[in-house]
Design a protein around this ligand. Structure first.
Ligand code: PXL
Length: 276
C-alpha cells in the first residue's frame, strides 16, 4: 500500500465533531489522505452552541508540532481555531521555522452561534504573524470584514477586502460568501481572480462548513492540485457534504464529511469465521 499524503490539522476540539480536529480528520480521510492533528483548545459545545473554551498551553502545542514534523513528511497544513494569542504565536513560530508547504489558514474568530473563539490580541497576532505564512487564507465575509475593517457584503466589496489581505501579505485569498443571497466565493491570487457561484443551500446541517472547506483545500493541495482547482473541488465537496447530511442534535447539525464512504465490508472475508 503506498503512503498517502499526510495532512496536518492544527485546530480546536469540538466534541460534537461537526467542526474542529475530529471533523478535519474525517475530511482528510474522505480525501484519501492521512491526517495528523495538533489540538489548540478544548471546547464544551454541541450542535446547540459553544459554552466554554480552554486553550491548550503553547508549550504543549509546540512540542506536539515538533514531534510530528520530525517524524512524518507533511504535505499540507490546515490551521483552524487557535483559541488564544499565545497559541497563535506558538503556531506561527513553528510554521515560520519549518517552512512546510501548502499552508491553508482559516481565520476562525467566531462560531456560527456567535461565540468568540479568538481575542482581539489573538486576532492581531494572526494578522501580523500567520497571514504572511499562508499559501491561502479562507475567511468568510464576516471574518473578512473583521480582519480588514471593511464592509464585505457583495462581490465588489469582497474584491476590496481581498486586495487588503494581499497588502497584509497573504499570498492567496478565498473569501466565502455562502450566506449571501447568491452564494459566491472569490479567489484572489497574484493579481488574478476567480469567482465561484452556486445556488444558496437551505439546510439545518451547516455546522463545520468552514472547517470542511479549508481542510478540503489542504487535501487537494497535498494531492498535487493547483490552488484554483483545489478551491473548486473543495466547494463541491462541501456542497455534497451539506446535501447528504442527516439530522443530528437540537441545533445546527454537522455536514456529512463521510458521505462518500461505502458501508464497511472487510476485505479479508473469512477472518473470524469458523472453519468446519
Ligand atoms: O466553525 C468554527 C470552529 C472551528 N473550530 C472549532 C469550533 C468552531 C466553531 O464552533 O468549535 C473547534
Amino acid at each position: 500500500m503506498p503512503t498517502p499524503p499526510v495532512v496536518l490539522t492544527i485546530a480546536g476540539f469540538d466534541p460534537s465533531s461537526g467542526a474542529g480536529v475530529t471533523a478535519d480528520i474525517k475530511t482528510i480521510a474522505a480525501h484519501g489522505c492521512y491526517g495528523v492533528a495538533c489540538i489548540t483548545a478544548l471546547t464544551v459545545q454541541s450542535t446547540a452552541g459553544v459554552w466554554r473554551i480552554d486553550p491548550v498551553s503553547p508549550k504543549l502545542v509546540t512540542e506536539t508540532l515538533e514531534e510530528l514534523a520530525q517524524d512524518v513528511e507533511i504535505a499540507s497544513v490546515h490551521v483552524g481555531m487557535l483559541g488564544s494569542k499565545a497559541v497563535v504565536e506558538a503556531v506561527s513560530s513553528f510554521l515560520a521555522t519549518q517552512k512546510l508547504p501548502n499552508i491553508v489558514v482559516d481565520p476562525v474568530i467566531r462560531s456560527s452561534s456567535g461565540a468568540e473563539l479568538l481575542s482581539e490580541a489573538g486576532i492581531r497576532g494572526l494578522v501580523k504573524n500567520l497571514l504572511p505564512l499562508a499559501t491561502v487564507v479562507t475567511p468568510n465575509i464576516d471574518e473578512a470584514a473583521l480582519l480588514t475593517g471593511l464592509n464585505v457584503s457583495n462581490l465588489d466589496q469582497m474584491r476590496e477586502a481581498a486586495t487588503k489581505f494581499h497588502e497584509l501579505n497573504a499570498s492567496g485569498v478565498v473569501i466565502t460568501g455562502g450566506h449571501l443571497e447568491e452564494a459566491v466565493d472569490l479567489l484572489s491570487l497574484a493579481g488574478n481572480e476567480e469567482v465561484f457561484r452556486a445556488p444558496k443551500q437551505k439546510s439545518k446541517s451547516t455546522h463545520g462548513t468552514g472547517c470542511a472547506f479549508a481542510t478540503s483545500i489542504a487535501c487537494h493541495l497535498a494531492l498535487g492540485k493547483d490552488l484554483t482547482e483545489s478551491v473548486r473541488l473543495a466547494k463541491s465537496y462541501v456542497t455534497a457534504a451539506i446535501r447528504n447530511a442527516f439530522p443530528l442534535g437540537r441545533g445546527t447539525g454537522p455536514v456529512n464529511h463521510l458521505y462518500g464512504m461505502a458501508t464497511f465490508e472487510t476485505t479479508i472475508p473469512d477472518v473470524g469465521k469458523e472453519k468446519k
